[in-house]
Design a protein around this ligand. Sequence first.
Ligand code: NAP
Length: 498
Amino acid sequence: MPRDLGVVIVGAGFGGIAAAIELRRHGFSDVTILEAGPDLGGTWLHNTYPGCACDVPSHLYSFSFAQRRDWSRLCSPQPEILSYLRDVARDHGVERLVETGRTVTSCAWDDERRRWTVETEEGPSYEAAAVVIATGQLHEPHLPRVEGADAFAGHTFHSARWDHGYDLRGKRVAVIGTGASAVQFVPEIAEEAAHVTVFQRTGNWFLPRKNHAFPRPVRWAIEHVPGVQAFRRRFMFLYCEALTMAIRHPRTLGRVLGARSAAFMRWQLRDPELRAKVWPDYTFGCKRVLFSSYFLPALQRPDVELVTDAIAGMAADGVVTASGRLHEVDCVVYGTGFRASDFMFPMRVAGAGGRDLADVWADGAHAHLGMTVPGFPSLFIMYGPNTNTSGGSIITYLEAQAGYLRQALEHVRVRDAAAIDVRPEVEAAADLELQARFAGTAWTRCHSWYRDDDAGGRIVANWPGYMTEYLDATRTVDPTEFRFVPHEAPVPLGDTVK
Ligand code: NAP
């Protein structure tokens, strides 16, 4: 019998749960999921802001092996998605593998013992033959340094850590940021707050999304008519691929979709002054296109003001802009996104020879197919570098990654090796090819969170192609792209077992 490989998965969001299900299904019985939060769910546990939903339709934003026919609407709200993930984890027997309240501080490869040691802030440490880091790109809230923020006497919180104990009714609220999160919560809080001031640094391109609950006949058809569900999923997949095509081809299809977006925005923004303030000054698709039919109308409410003057700092009673104007508010909500290019940090990851992943990534994160890094044996990253999608469903990528890492570990198992390590030349060549594929795409035409400012603006978040291409690239692990680390200590890392 081959040895069972102990696998520690860090993070119990969609990625971690997908990996655990895949590994368990293929006979890896020793799987532990460490989760810093109080429950599984990842981003869908932490993001509970009013109006929180996924703008990717649920028929696609769900596992292929766990399709549901009873979604309430096209794009499900956060509680429905969280409950779906919990159900899937329970139904596949991986819920009980989750250890909550375990904040992983470091993962270190031991060259002698050829195993990983995983340490947690809470104390317990774990040993494993393989580690899967499934913390995602969007887990560490980004709080910009605003001059005088400490002096602000009011209340503040980040959208990904919504303070439900703070009653916004009757309050004057400042919202900093106008990204995918803010466009969902601004229309909701505008209903409650006395006044909302929205601080926009850069405008966005919008496409409509009303997201009403499915009418009863539609719901019935999805549930009972064979093929309707599968057709919807396929249709959404192709729609998303078309969006990616528009981003990849900004001069042709991008112009067409951009014109559609512009027409929608013109129709929604009747006031030319506001329209000019909102209008994006970059190519359609460079930043994430926002799907909302409610945000732009919310900006036109008498109790909502859009401010495009740059934020200069904060005073005790509000936000001060570059023109010197003080916007008096009781509360500041940061809709300022995440430290995406930091990936799993502040967690320390040390590979062979004690090499720190932070050093390896000093010039920007990179990994083979977003998952493996040379010198970090049997370490797999889910939703790692260059695997974000601006036009698809991240679940598609995560499922592909779960299958890929499982296959890689099967190769380790059948060879009775200690670990698998991607060849540096393979990773480097693939990375060059990947980065070259961004040339001419909309992603290169503005500044966005897809880039790493500390790495000369290298695009580190996004996959440059289609979902189909990623599925093809990850369908089968090619063992010749890797070296297998044997168990015996004297053999230097890099020698092949067979
Ligand atoms: P985001 O898209 O990164 O937006 C952050 C916003 O804050 C931007 O408008 C940004 O302006 C602004 N900002 C950041 N730092 C600032 C500063 N120092 N001063 C002023 N403004 C500042 O963050 P997010 O809205 O939380 O969304 C992050 C990602 O999460 C999305 O792109 C998406 O992938 C995912 N998400 C998905 C959904 C969904 O429905 N699927 C919903 C929410 C989030 P600039 O544009 O000028 O940088």
